[in-house]
Design a binder for this molecule. Structure first.
Ligand SMILES: Cc1cc2nc3c(=O)[nH]c(=O)nc-3n(C[C@H](O)[C@H](O)[C@H](O)COP(=O)(O)OP(=O)(O)OC[C@H]3O[C@@H](n4cnc5c(N)ncnc54)[C@H](O)[C@@H]3O)c2cc1C
Length: 280
């Protein structure tokens, strides 16, 4: 963990499972303590970057709940990607996230006791602040990518002239969406920085969770619209592989589905920030 925290080692996270999707409460992976070690079994879905990771953070349930009415217990442990019992299959996914995507099978994978992260049986509490950081990081990436898309659109809008003497950027049909995007980028960046600063300052956890979700929600839609308008402004040029803009467009779409979908974020805001009842 120290190597990860200091930036010397990459960490992959294996939370998602093929059968349960966003609903981690239904995780079928088990993390069992057996005297001086943990034993992990299960199948994890899309897991990014195992090829560069030194450890994988795995969430699994404590097996053998004796009392069905008792709260579910989960444990988070770090496993070695090279540990015996772990097999990985690369998923043929598009996108240029910079790392490869894998599905991993865990058959009696062993981890030492000091691989425990947080408290045994309270793995969801370990994971929760981690998701705030992930959402804030995702929001910051989206804001930066949105700025990039806007800069691509602006430079083309300023130079491309096809009717008369003035470039297409003189047309309000081109100007207004870009002005909107600029305004949204400025506001979303400020909100993201504020949420990150409040997280760092140790603000109330529920407030931080709400803000991390809001930042993720706004920034994912911002990036998608920015990539869309960049493609629109570049016209046919956007489809030329040498421009490398279509990859940005594809990656921009991912932010609406991961690391958490917009719908799940809206559910969280509705129920935990606004206090509306759960549909379940
Ligand atoms: C490129 C990529 C990399 C990833 N890397 C990782 C990783 O490293 N580690 C990891 O653990 N996971 C990773 N994931 C998984 C990702 O973060 C999501 O958790 C996962 O995609 C969600 O599961 P699912 O795809 O099965 O969607 P599902 O849970 O099946 O959801 C499908 C759709 O239904 C909607 N939906 C479901 N339930 C509700 C509801 N109650 N209300 C409203 N809408 C609902 C969702 O919003 C979504 O749009 C990655 C995914 C991708 C695409």
């Amino acid at each position: 963990l120290e190597r990860v925290a200091s930036g010397h080692a990459h960490l992959a996270t294996a939370i998602t499972e093929p059968k349960v999707g966003h609903n981690v409460f239904r995780s079928e992976t088990t993390v069992r303590r057996d005297r001086e070690r943990f034993i992990v079994n299960g199948l994890k879905g899309v897991t990014s970057g195992i090829e560069i990771a030194e450890r994988i953070l795995v969430l699994g349930r404590v097996p053998g709940d004796r009392d069905p009415g008792a709260p579910q217990q989960f444990t988070t442990v770090l496993i070695d990607p090279r540990a015996p019992g772990m097999t990985r299959e690369e998923l043929p996914m598009r996108g240029r996230e910079g790392v490869r995507q894998w599905q991993i099978q865990l058959d009696d994978v062993e981890a030492p006791l000091d691989a425990l992260v947080g408290v045994e049986g309270q793995g969801l509490l370990t994971l929760w602040p981690f998701t705030h950081v992930e959402r804030l990081l995702s929001a910051a990436l989206c804001v930066g990518s949105a700025r990039y898309c806007l800069s691509r659109a602006l430079s083309r809008a300023s130079e491309r002239t096809i009717f008369g003497q003035r470039p297409i950027g003189a047309e309000q049909a081109i100007q207004h969406p870009l002005a909107w995007l600029h305004a949204r980028t400025e506001a979303t960046e400020l909100f993201t920085y504020r949420a990150a600063a409040r997280f760092d300052a140790g603000a109330d956890r529920l407030a931080v969770a709400g803000e991390a979700n809001i930042a993720k929600l706004l920034s994912a839609d911002l990036l998608f619209d920015a990539a869309d308008h960049a493609v629109q402004t570049l016209g046919a040029l956007a489809w030329d592989e040498r421009e490398a803009l279509l990859d940005v467009f594809l990656d921009a779409r991912l932010a609406r589905s991961g690391p958490v979908s917009q719908e799940l974020v809206l559910n969280f805001i509705a129920q935990h920030v606004l206090g509306l009842p759960s549909h379940r």
